[in-house]
Design a protein around this ligand. Structure first.
Ligand code: NI
Ligand code: MN
Length: 227
C-alpha cells in the first residue's frame, strides 16, 4: 500500500499509512495556506516538532476533539497534559519508538522551542519516520547542520526541508542540505506563508535537480502524493 503525503501549508502534513493518519505540526488556524480547518482535520497521531505557534498550532484543540496521541519532546508533553490533552507519548532527541504503524525517531534541529505562553518547550526536533519500508525525514524548523549527513546515511526516500530563510535555512543552505542528505525526493516547505519567508520554490527545484540526483516536488496546499 502506498503512503499518502498531503501538504497542509507551511510545515504541516498529513501522512497516511495503512489507514493510520499522522498529522505533523498542525498550524491551520491563522495559516493563510491551510486547505483544511482545525475543526475538520482528521488525526490518529499528532507529531509536534517544537513549541512555536506556527508548529504546535491547533494541536490542543485537535487532540481533544479526535483523541489523537501527541508525539513530541518531554517538555512539550508536560505542557500539553497541563492543557488537558489526554493521550501523549513523550520522546526525545536521538530516541526512537515503535508504534503499531511504524517507528519515529526525533532528530536534532538548530532552532528554538518556546511555547506560545512563554513556557519552556525543551529543544526543537525533526522527525525521522520509518513507515512501510520507507524513510521520511521532516527537518521541521532548522538551520543547516553537518549532522544532516548522518541522517542521510539512513537512506532517505523523502526529505521535507524548509527553504524560507529568515527563521530557517534559506534556498542556498537548503541546497547544501540536499547534498548532505542525498534523498531520493525533496519537498520544500516553510516559505510564502508570511512576507519575510517569500521564496521561489520552482527556481529552487531547478537548482537542486541540476546540482544533485534528488528530484523535487513543489506541492500545492492540499495536494497529495503517493510514496
Ligand atoms: Ni519555529
Ligand atoms: Mn516555523
Amino acid at each position: 500500500m502506498a503512503i499518502k503525503v498531503t501538504w497542509y501549508g507551511h510545515a504541516a502534513f498529513l501522512i497516511e499509512t495503512k489507514g493510520t493518519k499522522l498529522l505533523i505540526d498542525p498550524f491551520l488556524t491563522g495559516n493563510p495556506l491551510a486547505p483544511v480547518s482545525a475543526d475538520e482535520v482528521e488525526a490518529d497521531y499528532i507529531l509536534v516538532s517544537h513549541g512555536h505557534g506556527d508548529h504546535i498550532g491547533d494541536t490542543v484543540a485537535i487532540a481533544k476533539r479526535t483523541g489523537a496521541t501527541v508525539i513530541s519532546n518531554f517538555e512539550i508533553q508536560n505542557w500539553l497534559v497541563a492543557q488537558g490533552v489526554q493521550n501523549a507519548h513523550p520522546q526525545h532527541i536521538g530516541g526512537g519508538y515503535e508504534y503499531p504503524w511504524g517507528r519515529v525517531k526525533l532528530t536534532i534541529a538548530q532552532h528554538g522551542s518556546a511555547l506560545p505562553d512563554g513556557s519552556y518547550g525543551g529543544n526543537p526536533a525533526g522527525f525521522l519516520l520509518y513507515v512501510e519500508g520507507k524513510k521520511i525525514y521532516h527537518a521541521c524548523d532548522t538551520g543547516l547542520f553537518y549532522d544532516m549527513k548522518l541522517i542521510g546515511e539512513e537512506g532517505i526516500d523523502l526529505a521535507i526541508l524548509p527553504i524560507g530563510d529568515n527563521f530557517t535555512m534559506g534556498p542556498d543552505d537548503a541546497l547544501r542540505a540536499v547534498k548532505l542528505i542525498e534523498p531520493r525526493l525533496v519537498i520544500p516547505i516553510h516559505y510564502n506563508t508570511f512576507d519575510v519567508i517569500r521564496q521561489d520554490p520552482e527556481a529552487w527545484a531547478r537548482r537542486v535537480e541540476s546540482e544533485t540526483d534528488a528530484r523535487v516536488k513543489v506541492m500545492k496546499p492540499g495536494e497529495t502524493i503517493e510514496l
